[in-house]
Design a protein around this ligand. Structure first.
Ligand code: SR1
Ligand code: MG
Length: 424
């Protein structure tokens, strides 16, 4: 894409010199001589700085030309900053107030300046610390319904939809990372894989598990071929920041067109992984039980709010190429349109279960692990919890067609499986 002859990574010292003249920072922060800068990036790919002054604060995010999690041996295109910017604009327009305000995008420096979300915490960290986030499930359910519906053929006119599909097809490098790291590597002996000591036999069993590998391949086919809507593409609990009453979605660089169930399933997988690790982080049994109930309730609320809001949008905003009002409502057949909706939600639910099961595997057996497991110092306990989560993930991926959809009792059934597996 862009020639970036002048691209240079920023550091804490150079940031005020490099950005100190930009009006977008000067206005909220005042002169650069008063800026205090710290690097806070703990993700796998980018530099993230918080810039504070006595007047205010902002976040500066810059893409690196390699994957931070591996190092310079894994070169990566800087174009992901462009796709993140394009995606955040769209996601923010589709669910206003749910992503950070964008202040500046500098394509040559692969750099984004945005609102500093404070006192928000990264949700993964908040959940490890046992924090209660009572609005999280509701907010994320609404966000999923609005962004997934409004980015789809049911909402968008055909020309805009196809232009967007073409645009985000360019995010090929990050799509390729997901295709390999999520759907393939964990199910074979891949060089970047790692796992907790003690899980060798489990990893071998996964590599030999034909039913699971078929499920992984089926989900990969859904991901690669079903360009249903604009996805966030990496919607785990590290991509969400929250307080007790606000929730924001960040880090949209993996955005691409794909199946709705992918964003839903990845998010549910991370809530369920938080559930499986709660006892390691909450030694008090009653506190752990309470945290567990909250996590399952958050996952359940997220799905139910998603389904309800998606249904509302279906009934009120179905103006896109797939609208279908001419076949149903216009002929006095609202029942027919409800049947199409029910079938679609059923597909999203089963896809979400499949993607959740695969996501759990890749976070335990693949390259990119998650803190709720990684910070458990007792490796025996960590391996035991990971085994339980893998068993649950396998159940979701392999049996996704037999887990009934939408109704409360279905979500309860999934929760019961999780609890039963823990007792084994
Ligand atoms: C090399 S990137 C590894 C992972 O980090 C990102 O957050 C995505 O989840 C990706 O799969
Ligand atoms: Mg990220």
């Amino acid at each position: 894409m862009l020639e970036r002859i002048s691209y240079r990574p920023i550091d804490c010292e150079s940031l005020p010199l490099r950005l100190g003249e930009r009006a977008e920072l000067l206005a909220p922060l005042g002169p650069a001589t008063g800026w205090r800068v710290r690097e806070v990036g703990d993700g796998n790919l980018n530099l993230v700085f918080i810039v504070e002054s006595d007047k205010g604060s902002l976040v500066v995010k810059q893409a690196l030309p390699y994957a931070r999690v591996v190092g310079e041996s894994w070169p990566m295109s800087l174009d992901r900053a462009f796709f993140e910017h394009e995606a955040l604009k769209r996601l923010g327009a589709r669910d206003p107030g749910r992503v950070p305000d964008l202040k500046l995008f500098d394509p040559a420096q692969a750099l984004l300046v945005m609102e500093h979300l404070t006192p928000h915490k990264v949700v993964r960290r908040a959940l490890i610390e046992g924090e209660e986030l009572p609005r999280l499930g509701e907010h994320l359910g609404l966000y999923l319904a609005r962004t997934l519906f409004r980015g789809s053929d049911w909402s968008m006119p055909t020309a805009a939809r196809k232009a967007d599909l073409a645009l985000f097809s360019g995010n090929v490098e990050l799509a390729g990372i997901t295709e390999e790291l999520v759907f393939s590597d964990p199910f074979k002996d891949a060089p970047l894989n790692r796992h907790t000591p003690g899980l060798e036999a489990v990893a071998q069993a996964v590599h030999a598990d034909r039913a699971l590998k078929i499920a992984a391949q089926e989900m990969k086919a859904r991901f690669a071929t079903c360009a249903q809507t604009l996805l966030h593409g990496d919607l785990h609990t590290g991509s969400v920041m929250a307080t007790a009453d606000d929730t924001r979605v960040i880090d949209a660089e993996f955005a691409l067109y794909g199946p709705m169930g992918f964003d839903v399933g990845v998010l549910l997988a991370h809530l369920w992984m938080a559930f499986f690790t709660r006892k390691a982080h909450r030694p008090d049994m009653r506190a752990a039980a309470r945290t567990g109930d909250q996590l399952l309730a958050t996952a359940e609320t997220c799905w139910r709010v998603f389904a309800a809001e998606f249904s509302r949008l279906w009934r009120t905003e179905r103006t896109g190429i797939l609208g279908g009002r001419d076949l149903f409502e216009d002929q006095g057949d609202a029942v027919g349109s409800e049947a199409v909706l029910a079938r679609h939600l059923d597909t999203v639910w089963r896809d979400a279960l499949g993607f959740a099961g695969i996501e759990i595997h890749r976070r335990i057996l693949g390259l990119a692990h998650v803190a709720e497991f990684e910070v458990i110092a007792d490796l025996g306990l960590r391996a035991a919890l990971e085994r339980t989560a893998l068993a649950f993930g396998r159940h979701l991926a392999v049996n996704r067609r037999d887990v009934n959809t939408v109704e409360l009792d279905t979500v309860d059934a999934v929760n019961r499986v999780a609890r039963d597996m823990e007792r084994q």
